[in-house]
Ligand binder design. Structure first.
Ligand code: GLY
Ligand code: MN
Ligand code: MN
Length: 429
């Protein structure tokens, strides 16, 4: 792996949290993602499934994790099955995990090669009453392909039709939303690498550069810091491009007098960072840009202050809507009449701020986490309000990553220049 080995305590703790929610005499099974074919003999680079990563750290294709905490035989309580290497694989693909290495990464003592899977799994299954299968129950998931885990689920129900079946996803959505201190350490590294990228790009930004040149500067900084690259497809949107929320072409030129919006974060050790900043291409904001920018910044800071233990996310989103309404009234973009006549399902502020304020952040960028429980210590959220005014060629969003602490928060990405004064001073320096 390019990243330094993570502390295996992350995965030991995560498994402990997960197995505490299992019903009695149950096993749970998790697979790697597939290697996704493109065409001819090509595949996309391997990207591990976030659940097997969360529970084991196994960052290798074809791995299988089985957890069976009530197994009579102690060595069958946690088992990893791995692709066995051979001379041919060693020459063409390089090293795969040895059993010792898999233990160092995951803290799992029992590691078998995949060739042993059916025999060992059968011994586990016949002694279990229920099997937890995995799926994808993210609220916004849209998946058309059959995944490796889906094929595993089919295989299980064909071979073990008499077991009771349960879902792992509700447990994972409950526990993955709250990060351990060991996970936060990795997220802090992802934030540091992201910060280095922003500082490099701020020095490189000037009229005439192309959005893709700015993207390349980020990538350079990320890769030289042991990140595998972007945590999500980066948005680098000069001028009016910022009003296309998912603009990822990054193929336009930066013009004097415009702002450029960056929604860019690094991954590190499979954990993500997600940051948005808007910088003036000339190094100086115009009066109008400053006015709108500071309105977004006030909502952003106000929203961060609202996120603390006990907050309900639904109430939080409404309160941020009220902050935004006040700012849009102040900017004259909406009127008191618009607000008086607004549809509660799509309030007036949505005309200029049409997306949500916050999402959970972790191994996945839009990470798992429940939306129906109060915010608690250890949760990590983005805070990312924006104002988008296509008629002025102006789109502004400001996004930081916020860890909830016992009495407030820790902002993982605050050191990236954010106020008008900080940005202008950094660009001039
Ligand atoms: N970069 C994706 C998001 O902000 O949600
Ligand atoms: Mn985000
Ligand atoms: Mn973002």
């Amino acid at each position: 792996m390019r990243y330094h080995k993570l502390n295996s305590s992350i995965f030991i703790e995560n498994r402990k949290k997960f197995t505490a929610h299992l019903k009695s005499n149950a096993l749970a099974i998790f697979t790697s993602n597939d290697m996704y074919p493109t065409s001819a003999d090509a595949h996309l680079p391997f990207k591990q499934h976030s659940d097997i990563l969360y529970l084991s750290g196994a960052d290798q294709e074809e791995s299988i994790l089985v957890l069976f905490p009530d197994a009579h035989k102690e060595h069958l309580r946690e088992v990893l099955f791995l692709k066995e290497t051979n001379d041919l694989i060693a020459v063409w693909e390089g090293a795969k995990y040895s059993k010792e290495e898999a233990f160092e990464i995951s803290g799992i003592k029992t590691v078998f090669w995949l060739s042993e899977f059916e025999r060992v799994f059968n011994e586990m299954a016949v002694n279990a009453e229920r099997i937890y299968i995995n799926g994808n129950e993210h609220l916004r998931a849209h998946v058309e392909t059959e995944m490796r885990q889906d094929r595993m689920n089919k295989w299980l129900t064909e071979h073990y039709p008499g077991h009771e079946y349960e879902r792992s996803q509700p447990i994972l959505h409950r526990i993955r939303g709250t990060k351990s201190e060991h996970e936060l350490e990795v997220m802090r590294i992802a934030a540091e690498v992201t910060t280095k990228g922003y500082k490099r790009v701020l020095k490189f930004l000037k009229p005439g550069v192309w959005e893709y040149e700015l993207e390349a500067e980020f990538m350079h900084e990320f890769l030289t810091n042991r990140s595998r690259g972007f945590a999500y497809t980066p948005i680098i949107a000069a001028g009016n491009n910022a009003n296309v929320l998912h603009y990822i072409e990054n193929n336009d030129q930066c013009k004097d007098g415009d702002l450029v919006l960056f929604d860019v974060g690094a991954e590190y050790g499979n954990y993500t960072c997600d940051v948005t900043r808007c910088f003036p291409i000339s190094g100086k904001f115009t009066a109008r840009q400053k006015e709108v920018y500071n309105a977004v910044l006030r909502v952003h800071e106000g929203a961060i202050a609202l996120l603390r233990p006990g907050t309900m996310l639904e109430v939080f989103h409404k309160e941020v809507g009220a902050l935004m309404t006040k700012e849009l009234l102040g900017l004259g973009l909406i009127s008191a009449e618009d607000v008086a006549n607004e549809d509660p399902a799509w309030p007036a502020y949505k005309k200029y701020f049409m997306h949500g304020t916050s999402h959970y952040l972790g191994i996945d960028v839009h990470d798992y986490g429940l939306w129906t429980i109060p915010v608690e210590e250890g949760m990590v959220f983005t805070v990312e309000p924006g104002i988008y005014i296509p008629e002025e060629g102006l789109g502004i969003r400001i996004e930081d990553d916020i860890v909830i602490t016992k009495d407030g928060h820790e902002n993982l990405t605050r050191v990236i220049p954010k106020t008008v004064e900080e940005i202008e001073a950094f660009m001039a320096g």
